[in-house]
Each structure stands twice: as structure tokens, then as C-alpha cells.
Design a protein around this ligand. Structure first.
Ligand code: AP5
Ligand code: MG
Length: 213
């Protein structure tokens, strides 16, 4: 199955992608995680990505598409993928469509994870992540064990783009550039909605119901 999780920052894409990847036995491909790994490794891509991410802006389409394309051609993606945070613009969606057609694949579902802006701010301002295994935590809804990741024991940190000013900019980018994908995929007949209620288990169940797993 090729699945895409579409949603505002903080909708729960990463949280749900990790669980769905285990359930479906296919990898999560998160452009945000790939960029962060490059920022950590101080690569050229990392330096470029950081100049956008730190301001809450989107990384240019061609740069983003190139890394996704390389990732999709890797062996572990051949039975399907969970795209988390890509595509995020109509141009990226068109590029993906064309590329999938070339390699004889297609998106089966686009899950529109619905959340309101107030919940986004509450979620992101109290999020912590594990830089080692990428698990997301929330100080109230899904707390780590003190400073430690409950999954791998790593030390959790706050993402530098999870500060209010950058969160607001990310939300603006979402509404301007990414939200139009809801109509785009609705017209293609592959969009399903999943309400991201403030209960992680129930929100995941809503997504499973939407895609019939
Ligand atoms: P990315 O890393 O994808 O960030 P994002 O889209 O802003 O999304 P987040 O990771 O913040 O949110 P999420 O939906 O994964 O939520 P999570 O599950 O963690 O991208 C970062 C940056 O990279 C972008 O700003 C951009 O610059 C660049 N970039 C990435 N992809 C790009 C692309 N395709 N094109 C161009 N640029 C790109 O959950 C959030 C919090 O809420 C956690 O604390 C979690 O525990 C909690 N939570 C989750 N679900 C629930 C629930 N149901 N109830 C209560 N709490 C919940
Ligand atoms: Mg994420």
C-alpha cells in the first residue's frame, strides 16, 4: 500500500506513521526527518534545508522531490510506503504523480488528518522528540520518562522550530501551500478524512478505520 498522511504541523502525522509502519510492515518516509538528519550531519542539503526550516518556510520543491525520489527507489520501499509530510505543494504532488506513473505505482490513500489551529499550538509547544529513534512525545498527552525516550532510552529534546513564532509561520505555510492538496486529492477520489481528536489512540483508530486496516 502507498499511503500519504496529509495534515497541518502537529496534526499527528509522525505519531501515526510510526504505528502504521509497524502495522503494515512498510517504511515511514518523512521529509522532515530526512532534513533533520542532514542538519545533524551538517551536510550541504542540511545547511540549505536549515535556512528554510528555522524560519518555518518550506524547502524548495525540486530539492525536496529529489530526496524523496531517491528514497522511494530504495529496496525497502518496493512493497509500499507511508509518506509523512510529502507532498506539501501542488507542484510536489504533480511531480510525485508523474514519477509514480513512470515506475508503475500509485497512491492508494491520502489521509487528511484534521485538526484545528488552536490544538496545533498546544501540541507543538509541548512536544519533545527523541533524536535517536524519532519518537514524538507530548509533556501532557504522551510524556517521556523524565528526559528519556520510553522507546530507546535516548534523551528527548525540543525541536528548534517548535517555538511559537515559527509554529505560526508553519501554520501559515500549511494553509497557503498545503491545504489546497485536500481538493487536489479529493478530485482524484483517493482522499479520506481522519479526525485528529485529542486522544492519540482514538485518532490512530480513526485513521485505521478510514483506510480499512
Ligand atoms: P515536518 O517534520 O514534517 O514538520 P510538520 O509538518 O510541521 O509536522 P510535525 O512533525 O510538526 O507534526 P506531526 O503532524 O508529525 O505531529 P506529531 O505526530 O509529531 O517538517 C519540518 C519542516 O521541514 C517543515 O516546516 C518544512 O520546512 C520542511 N519540510 C518537510 N517536508 C517538506 C516538504 N514536503 N516540502 C517542503 N518542505 C518540507 O505530533 C505533534 C505533537 O502532538 C506531539 O507532541 C504528539 O505527541 C502530540 N499528538 C499527536 N497526536 C495527538 C493526538 N491525537 N492528541 C493529542 N496529542 C497528540
Ligand atoms: Mg512529524
Amino acid at each position: 500500500m502507498n499511503l500519504m498522511l496529509l495534515g497541518a504541523p502537529g496534526a499527528g502525522k509522525g505519531t501515526q506513521a510510526v504505528e502504521l509502519a509497524k502495522l503494515l510492515g512498510i517504511p515511514q518516509v518523512s521529509t522532515g526527518d530526512i532534513f533533520r538528519a542532514n542538519i545533524k550531519g551538517n551536510t550541504e542539503l542540511g545547511k540549505l534545508a536549515s535556512s528554510y526550516i528555522s524560519k518555518g518556510m518550506l524547502v524548495p520543491d525540486e530539492v525536496t522531490f529529489d530526496i524523496v525520489k531517491d528514497r522511494l527507489l530504495q529496496d525497502d520501499c518496493k512493497n509500499g510506503v507511508i509518506l509523512d509530510g510529502f507532498p506539501r505543494t501542488i507542484a510536489q504532488a504533480d511531480m510525485l504523480d508523474k514519477f509514480f506513473a513512470e515506475i508503475g505505482r500509485k497512491l492508494d490513500y491520502v489521509v487528511n488528518i484534521v485538526v484545528d489551529d488552536a490544538a496545533v499550538v498546544a501540541r507543538l509547544s509541548r512536544r519533545r522528540i527523541c533524536p535517536d529513534c524519532k519518537q514524538s512525545f507530548h509533556l501532557d498527552f504522551a510524556p517521556p520518562a523524565g528526559e528519556k525516550c520510553t522507546n530507546c532510552g535516548g534523551t528527548v529534546v525540543q525541536r528548534p522550530d517548535d517555538v511559537e513564532e515559527v509554529i505560526m509561520q508553519r501554520l501559515q505555510e500549511y494553509h497557503k501551500q498545503t491545504a489546497p492538496l485536500v481538493e487536489y486529492y479529493k478530485e482524484k477520489g483517493i482522499l479520506v478524512d481522519s479526525e485528529s481528536v485529542n486522544d492519540i489512540e482514538q485518532a490512530l483508530q480513526n485513521t485505521k478505520n478510514a483506510i480499512g486496516v
